[in-house]
Design a protein. Structure first.
Length: 315
């Protein structure tokens, strides 16, 4: 396979995901969808369609393949490493009042939508099922680490572990992971009509979520982006994915495992980071700019990353 064919294959994997983001931007500009639609649709995805997608992908999965303990442990360790590296860098290079927002923007990826969509496009059912298990791990870590770092730098805030644990326990995505595990472990099958109906409902998830992401991006806001936002975006989309993927390769991961890890590492900053910053009265403009820049950067960095990994024969 020559370079052009290889690059074309890579675009076949990544472009459908990012095309839907740009569709969302276009629909918002045409005023075919508005903020009320985005708010309602985003809530529907988070509370219903995405948990359904995760649940169904897990009950259909072969746990002997999808449940990869070494992969989950490495991903958890890498997430911790990304968090600490971002914090150390921010301590020396970022103004005190912006450090928490910088760190969260630099390490917290949108694995639940963009990462899972890319994994499904690249690896099909394996990407969905194995990715869903990784998602269950990282949701807990993202929420815990974000609360810690934002509270550390925001005046008047404290780390409320009881509230954090309650928030994590009520997270629909985590509930869907744990709800699916008994069905998979005990090989309990659901009626075919339930699975088919669930598939119809779950199929709304990725296009609807990606359209909502596109509709929330603000090009005008990006024009006013600060050096801090650009720095966090480069850390999130370039530095950390390269370091983490190299570490995974050195640890012996390759093929689907390495590809899945890269896609999750290279996901843009999660929209939930904006919600958390807003809740504590932080710099919401900085948080929004990081999300916008990383989301648009992802269409280039993820495509190039997959292309290079395939060129090297690592995935």
């Amino acid at each position: 396979m020559n370079l052009i064919e290889l690059f074309s294959r890579t675009l076949d994997t990544t472009l459908p995901v990012f095309a839907m983001v740009f569709v969302g931007m276009g629909l918002k500009r045409l005023k075919w969808i508005d903020s009320a639609f985005v708010s309602t649709a985003s809530a529907l995805v988070f509370k219903a369609t995405l948990p359904t997608l995760i649940f169904l992908s897990l009950i259909k999965a072969d746990l002997s393949v999808a449940l990869d303990v070494s992969l989950m442990v490495f991903f958890a360790a890498a997430t911790l490493g990304q968090f600490l590296l971002s914090w150390v860098w921010a301590h020396y290079r970022i103004a005190h009042q912006d450090r928490g927002i910088y760190v969260q923007g630099a390490f917290r990826g949108n694995c639940g939508v963009v990462g899972l969509a890319l994994a499904a496009g690249m690896y099909g059912n394996y990407g969905l099922s194995a990715g869903s298990l990784l998602l269950g791990v990282v949701i807990v870590m993202y929420n815990a680490f974000s609360v810690v770092v934002l509270a550390f730098y925001q005046p008047g805030q404290s780390t409320d572990w009881r509230s954090l644990l309650k928030h994590v326990a009520k997270n629909p995505l985590i509930i869907s992971v744990f709800a699916a595990l008994p069905f998979t472990a005990l090989s309990i099958s659901l009626p075919s009509w339930v699975v088919t109906s669930g598939d119809y409902f779950a199929s709304l998830t990725l296009p609807l979520a990606l359209i909502c992401i596109g509709a929330t991006l603000s090009v005008s806001s990006m024009r006013d982006s600060s050096q801090v936002a650009l720095g966090a975006s480069l850390m999130k989309m370039v530095t950390l994915p390269i370091l983490s993927t190299l570490a995974a390769w050195m640890m012996g991961f390759s093929g689907q495992q390495l590809g899945l890890l890269f896609l999750f590492f290279a996901s843009p900053t999660a929209a939930a980071s904006f919600v958390m910053v807003k809740a504590i009265g932080g710099n919401v403009s900085l948080a929004a700019n990081i999300i916008a820049i990383t989301t648009l950067m992802a269409s280039i960095t993820v495509t190039l990353g997959v292309f290079v990994l395939r060129l090297l024969g690592w995935v």
